[in-house]
Design a protein around this ligand. Structure first.
Ligand code: HDE
Length: 717
């Protein structure tokens, strides 16, 4: 039988002057619009440069070619210095209840009101083309198009930061990104420069604990928390100010992957996160977070153990509970990645009446940086005119001209004050409606210094660590071991251990042991005594806060010809009822013929659908099919990886042969036999725990290491 007809290349001599490559090229007519130049001139030939004779030189006269290539040459804008790789989506924020007693922000004035929103999630370190599952802090930036202007909450998925003062940001980022001489490693802190810098910057210790935890390898943005990080103010109509910290709480609960899974995901699907968001929105399973406020007054700020202006500290939820005041729902993917996700300009300075800054020295520095960076990236002062950045409320001002200005004030008057009355005079200031800065009293000497309390660098790092489950503590230990294992300088490794000794002696010893350090260094001397009386805060652990159900997750079923059709149907129905998804992985992408003779489409060919893509797996081959699978490396890896990553595994009777070949002992409580269709629902119920952590080896006892000589140059913490 002849194969399908493929398009012919453009070889037809008689027509090649027109460049019509046989049936591939469609010309205009009917509903197909005519291709034009930027000036609107219809184009007759988009295949060939204008030239002298078929084999002659190109002509300068070819304005269309010149325009097309010129534009192509200028397609790129500078990627973001940090947070270059990101993915955005549109949606809305819905207010639960009026908050007029606390803030005059219009967005919180009316119950049930929906405000348009755009959110962009990002990694920090990697270039635009890096992989999603790099171990990295995640950006969580939200633009709220309120009726009184755009309000940007430009946060991260970690509530603290590496540094306290913005003046150190260029150093931090230089040290963390690829090393300047060699241009690698890409999207990774596992190198000497990063650990050199942080080991000499004790204030990083708290954030390092978060960075080495599973928070930096989220399953997807829709399963992570977001934080405004700094202390802000909310100000009501009477001018009363309340301090606030912003939190985003994911509706589907928190979830991360394990490191070995992240490593494999980066190869199997470098776009895992952006694909997840795209697919969830397209499927109508809209990513959603609740906005939580931690509200506190001056009296609390003054009595708190730490300075609320210090971005390396958090306020435990157990101390100041979170009040949930609305929800962010992302329900629309972008139409064009460049126009929206790439050109969106978030700025911490974008606040609205009813919200105000505090003196957090990191926030103050950010307020300078973001405007500057937009000018560089977007090329001129009119980036606010781009649809993604323009307010959706009425706006009017006298700013004019400049690069790419397409929205200039109309009329004769472009200055203020002016004596023209009414509309002819243009917009006027409004002391009643306008933004008023909270009149906090400020006094003091001009100096370069930090407040005394900022010097406690270890107490909350310790609190974070003791708030983690044993499993999570093990992951932190392994992450430190991996990262420091990539560090070439032994001095740097020792300096990090010297800091860890202030956080948790057993952790420091375990990491040192795994790095083969024979003698522990002397503990870094803390600048302020470590508070060992801070209680664990369960809210800081991912695993202590499991999701309500398995909704939004994905099961991958490994199937072959002859797989039990009724069982597959039952599994799909049970997952549907849970709000979860089933995807089929088959030996080929053509799919299978199931036990009842029906042909079922595959979502993945086995070679392209490893188990790391799924939250749980079902191994459901037929008795004949399992023989084929057992001979395939990919099938053995599918099962072995799912087991090693502590996933719940459902299996039919025939699957045992594959388990044996894969060296997987199909004998723990996370491996669930599903024989009858009724078993499917029970399996899905087990999956609610997300992972079967008991499988992971218990935290090994720290090796006994005796104290050794002090490492060189341990800074005062
Ligand atoms: Fe940023 N940061 N940052 N940052 N940041 C940028 O602005 C900066 C900091 C954050 O999806 C840049 O438009 C300084 C903390 C996010 O487009 C730049 C300091 C937090 C995004 C910049 C910080 C953030 C950025 C680069 C130290 C969490 C991506 C491109 C004082 C609270 C937003 C851009 C998006 C982006 C500067 C520290 C979050 C260079 C100087 C702390 C989520 O302006």
């Amino acid at each position: 039988m002849p194969g399908p007809r493929l398009p012919k290349p453009c070889q037809d001599k008689a027509r090649s002057h027109r460049g019509v490559g046989g049936e591939v090229h469609q010309t205009s007519g009917g509903d197909v619009p005519v291709l034009t130049t930027q000036q609107g001139t219809p184009v007759a030939d988009d295949q060939n440069i204008l030239r002298v004779g078929a084999r002659g030189p190109a002509l300068l006269e070819d304005g269309y070619f010149r325009e097309k290539i010129f534009h192509f040459d200028h397609e790129r804008i500078p990627e973001r210095v940090v947070h270059a790789r990101g993915f955005g989506a549109h949606g809305f924020f819905e207010t639960y209840e009026p908050l007029t007693d606390i803030t005059r922000a219009d967005i919180f004035a009316r119950k049930g009101e929906r405000t348009p929103a755009f959110a962009r999630f990002s990694t920090v370190l990697g270039n635009k083309g890096s992989a999603d599952l790099a171990r990295d802090v995640r950006g969580f930036a939200v633009k709220l198009y309120t009726q009184e202007g755009n309000w940007d909450i430009v946060g991260n998925n970690i509530p603290v930061f590496f540094i306290q003062d913005a003046i150190k940001f260029p150093d931090l980022i230089h040290a963390a990104k690829d090393e300047p001489d060699r241009g690698f490693p890409q999207a990774a802190t596992a190198h000497d420069n990063f650990w050199d810098f942080v080991s000499l910057t004790p204030e990083s210790t708290h954030m390092l604990m978060w960075a080495m935890s599973d928070r930096t390898i989220p399953r997807a943005p829709r399963f992570m928390e977001g934080f405004g990080v700094h202390t802000f103010r909310l100000v009501n109509a009477e001018g009363h100010s309340t301090f606030v910290k912003f939190h985003w709480k994911p509706k589907r609960g928190m979830q991360s992957v394990v490191w070995n899974e992240a490593v494999k995901l980066n190869g199997a699907d470098p776009d895992f996160h952006r694909r997840d968001m795209w697919a969830a929105i397209q499927a109508g399973d809209y990513p959603e977070w609740e906005l939580g406020l931690q509200l506190f007054d001056k009296a609390f700020a003054e009595s708190f153990d730490f300075d609320v202006l210090d971005a390396t500290k958090l306020i435990p939820e157990e101390l100041v509970p979170i009040r949930r005041v609305g929800r962010l729902v992302l329900d629309r993917v972008v139409d064009n990645f460049f126009a929206e996700t790439e050109q969106v300009a978030f700025m911490t300075q974008n606040i609205v009446p009813g919200v105000d800054f505090t003196n957090d020295p990191l926030l103050q520095g950010r307020n300078f940086s973001y405007l500057d960076t937009q000018l560089k990236r977007l090329g001129g002062p009119n980036f606010a005119q781009l649809p993604i950045n323009a307010p959706k409320c009425p706006f009017a001002h006298f700013q004019q001209d400049g690069h790419m200005a397409f929205r200039n004030p109309k009329g004769r008057v472009n200055y203020e004050p002016n004596s023209r009355g009414g509309a002819a005079g243009g917009p006027r200031e409004s002391p009643q409606r306008g933004f008023v800065t909270h009149p906090s009293e400020e006094a003091g000497e001009k100096l370069r210094a930090r407040p005394e309390l900022f010097a406690d660098h270890y107490s909350q790092a310790r609190q974070f660590y003791i708030s983690q489950t044993k499993v999570e503590q093990g992951h932190i230990r392994d992450a430190f071991t991996f990262e420091l294992g990539k560090v070439e300088s032994a001095d740097i490794r020792l300096r990090v251990i010297a800091h860890l000794l202030n956080v948790d002696a057993a952790l420091a010893a375990a990491v040192a042991g795994k790095l083969g350090i024979a003698k522990l260094p002397v503990m870094a001397e803390p600048a302020r005594a470590v508070r060992t009386n801070l209680l664990p805060s369960p809210a800081l652990s991912i695993l202590s806060n499991p999701p309500p159900d398995f909704g939004g997750r994905k099961v991958g079923a490994l199937v072959t010809d002859g797989s039990d059709a009724a069982l597959l149907k039952a599994l799909r129905a049970a997952l549907d009822a849970e709000g979860a998804m089933l995807e089929l992985v088959a030996p080929t992408i053509a799919g299978i013929v199931a036990s009842d003779g029906s042909r079922i489409r595959a979502d993945h060919a086995l070679v392209a659908g490893p188990s790391v893509l799924f939250d749980a797996v079902a191994i459901l081959p037929s008795a004949e099919g399992v023989v084929l699978l057992a001979a395939m490396t990919e099938a053995r890896d599918f099962v072995a990886d799912a087991f090693a990553h502590c996933k719940f595994i459902a299996h039919g009777e025939a699957a045992r042969a594959l388990f044996e070949k894969a060296g997987v002992p199909a004998a723990d409580d996370g491996v669930v036999a599903v024989r009858a269709t009724a078993d499917a629902a029970a399996f899905v119920a087990r999956c609610r725990a997300l992972r079967f952590w008991d499988r992971e080896a218990a935290l090994p006892l720290p090796a006994k290491i005796s104290p050794g000589p002090a490492p060189p140059r341990v800074p005062r913490g």
